[in-house]
Design a protein around this ligand. Structure first.
Ligand SMILES: [Zn+2]
Ligand SMILES: [Zn+2]
Length: 464
């Protein structure tokens, strides 16, 4: 007898595609199809750009939450996101549809690793892992107030609290301005029942962002990235953001590291107990890293300090700091390290040996002497997965030694290495690179990795 070896998910896909091929039928069927079909139908309608079906689905969505999650958002889907926001209805809805809508949390953030809807358990609402926990306008806080004031929420005739979850990039472009106008319009229509919850905020144009920020509850923000602003503008924001997971500041101007603004910055930083990631790029910190480190929470995972003009004293402080004992990522790229004493660097690597997974020390003027001094400590970092040390003036014999040192590191998968000095007529002057010599280096590395049975480890370099 022939077994039906077709994958059941393929059958489901076929059923969904045939449903979507006739949108009026698909929309009509929403009142009857099992609840479980909503999730695969939603994904297919979203990916295929079935706008009318999607709008109808948002209106009768039978779960508390709807997340875009990891669905790919290209140009056509951007329009769909807008349509979803426009058609997000304020509950309760009094209409004659056979299915009463339940959607209270619409999450249009992109690339968040979560399901389309959260599994339901118990009777508590909202049963969504991503609902807001910090804002006084959150469903959670409003409902706990309600149940205190009135033990029977059924008797409430007013609108139910709802949430719209977004990530915002404030760059002042037309697209971004239009999207924000749409969000704001929605919030205004809700007469206070809809909480606009921004989790990730990227500010590229402060002058433009200023007008928008007053409409956001800054306590909701988990990730903040600011490019090109003054430190006082940043500290004004930080005053309201104690729940940050990640703070990324690039090209921030600060007139003095001895002044009040820098002290305030450190003070706010010290209140961010959840901070896991700090990225300060192009922030001149010379001889002041110690005060920054003191302000950081002890459980920081990721520390990026590229172009920060780190001094020998700073590196020494870093190596002695309790904040730097369990970093998973350390980026010290583009800080020239001319000094002869490698002690602090060695100590730092020793302290990080149990946790460090990613090290970036590109363009630090590291010579053969420095590398041979730190290599033993570096190879104790057994969880290292990625190391990047391009644009450092090292020789071919040193590079070969490094291969030998790295091959026992079984978790190490990516080595982004510098082109050895002999490949240049004049070191690191682009036009003087000898391509043949570089090809020989690459062939030699490949042979060494094969001989060591470490072809799983990728050795990559950049010749611009
Ligand atoms: Zn959810
Ligand atoms: Zn919120």
């Amino acid at each position: 007898m022939m077994m039906d070896d077709r994958d059941p998910s393929t059958l489901l896909d076929l059923a969904i595609q045939s449903l979507l091929s006739n949108e009026p039928v698909a929309i009509h069927s929403l009142g009857e199809i099992p609840r479980e079909l909503f999730v695969p139908l939603f994904s297919a309608a979203f990916m295929g750009g079935y706008r009318k079906t999607l709008i109808a689905m948002v209106k009768v969505w039978p779960f508390t939450c709807l997340h875009i999650g990891t669905l790919s958002v290209q140009e056509p889907q951007r329009e769909l996101l807008k349509a979803m926001v426009e058609n997000f209805q304020f509950l309760p809805v009094h209409n004659s549809t056979s299915r009463s809508p339940k959607l209270r949390i619409l999450d249009v953030r992109q690339g968040v690793d979560c399901r389309t809807t959260c599994p339901e358990f118990g009777i508590r609402s909202p049963t969504c892992f991503h609902s807001c926990t910090h804002s006084v306008q959150s469903i959670m806080k409003l409902e706990s107030q309600c149940s205190l004031a009135d033990p029977n929420p059924e008797s409430q005739s007013s609108r139910q609290p709802m949430e719209l979850l977004v990530d915002l990039s404030l760059d002042g472009t037309l697209r971004q301005r239009e999207f924000f106008a749409l969000l704001l319009n929605k919030v205004e229509q809700s007469s206070g029942s809809l909480h606009l919850c921004c989790r990730e905020l990227q500010i590229d144009k402060f002058s433009y962002a200023r007008n928008i920020l007053k409409f956001l509850d800054l306590t909701c923000i988990h990730n903040l990235a600011v490019d090109q602003a003054s430190l006082s503008e940043v500290t004004n924001l930080m005053a309201h953001m104690i729940y940050l997971d990640s703070l990324s500041l690039s090209k921030i101007t600060c007139t003095s590291l001895h002044g009040k603004v820098f002290r305030m910055f450190l003070n706010y930083l010290g209140q961010m107990n959840c901070l896991k990631e700090l990225n300060l790029s192009s922030f001149s910190l010379t001889d002041h890293l110690v005060s920054l480190l003191r302000a950081l929470p002890p459980n920081l995972d990721f520390l990026y300090l590229p172009f920060c003009e780190i001094s020998y004293r700073d590196l020494k402080c870093l190596s002695q700091s309790p904040q730097a004992t369990h970093l998973k990522l350390l980026n010290l790229s583009n800080n020239p390290m001319y000094w002869d004493d490698c002690g602090p660097f060695q100590i730092l690597l020793q302290k990080l040996s149990d946790t460090l997974q990613h090290l970036a020390i590109n363009h630090c003027h590291l010579t053969d002497a420095v590398l041979s001094a730190i290599l033993p400590a570096l190879t104790k970092c057994s969880h290292l997965r990625v190391i990047s040390f391009v644009s450092n003036p090292i020789t071919m014999p040193m590079l070969m030694r490094i291969v030998h040192y790295f091959t026992p590191l079984m978790e190490l998968k990516y080595v982004i290495y510098p082109i050895p000095v002999h490949c240049y007529e004049q070191w690191h002057i682009h036009g003087s690179l000898d391509r043949q010599k570089l090809a020989d280096v690459q062939a030699q590395l490949k042979a060494m990795l094969q001989a060591a049975k470490r072809s799983d480890m990728k050795w990559i370099t950049y010749s611009q």
